[in-house]
Ligand binder design. Sequence first.
Ligand code: FAD
Length: 291
Amino acid sequence: MKTSELFKRDRPVFSFEVFPPRNFDRPNAEKRVCATMEVLREVNPDFVSVTYRGAGPDAPKATIGIAKLIRDRYQTEAVVHLPAARLTKADVDDFLVRAEDAGIQNILALRGDIPEGGRVSDDFHYASDLVTYIKSKGDFNVSGACYPEGHPESPDALSDIRALKTKVDAGTSELISQLFFDNEAFFKFQDRCQFAGINVPIEAGIMPIMTASQAERMQAMAGVNLPAKLQGVLHRFADKPDALRDAGIAYAVDQIVDLLAHGVDGIHLYTMDNPEVAARIIEATKNIIRA
Ligand code: FAD
């Protein structure tokens, strides 16, 4: 099923992100993903997206292999991430053939982060170039990334929204947002999208914070704002890991409840491959997300 169909129903979409194992050929490589999927089963997720990590031939194999496992073993729709900065057109062709053979119709088209030594290939300068290319290659459903607080390379919010509009016009049927901790920033972003004529569904990306270093990394790498309330939590429980974990989960649940109350199109939960965290979020929200 194309994930775009899921947004046509009269309730928010609830999805999760998982990581493929680093070495897919290792025995039991999929153990952690399966443990996460066993937990996710309880809420019957609308779809699960599988990230694409690193370079080399193992990366597409692992992403597509895990997506196929999610579909076949757990009867859950899967989306494969495809970051193009390290890929040529031939690599993308190969990925699409493999995806089609595995029965995967849903691709999250990404530019990817530019490797330290510069681009390996410039076949896809922006994600929108990849969207156009994938659409020309077959009947795929293509989604894209968006950044409620702006992409770190973007000079200003207006340029970022213009670029997003180009990506949507190229054939992106829905958007998944970068994680954020400030719901107000997301609501303002939704308004900007509406003004710009970006009318596709936007899922809100939520990641429960487990450690102070994780929060600082997200702030430094993704440029996301840590609101005073979250900073207070991080400071108060800095040397109490169990308490910080509980507080991080409570903070994420609070964000989810607020977003659902505001009629968000969907919630995309970054599980960080942590089945215990996924289980606790699900326990706290299972009656809310299906209400
Ligand atoms: P783009 O949409 O191309 O945007 C990149 C920059 O270029 C932005 O600043 C944008 O404003 C600008 N831009 C875009 N188009 C134009 C234009 N036409 N003219 C001028 N400027 C333009 N990375 C991975 O390696 N693997 C993953 O699995 C992965 N999964 C992700 C999942 C989600 C939900 C998100 C939000 C990110 C993910 N990423 C992943 C990270 C992503 O690859 C990086 O954030 C990357 O830097 C940008 O990718 P993009 O697809 O958003 O790029």
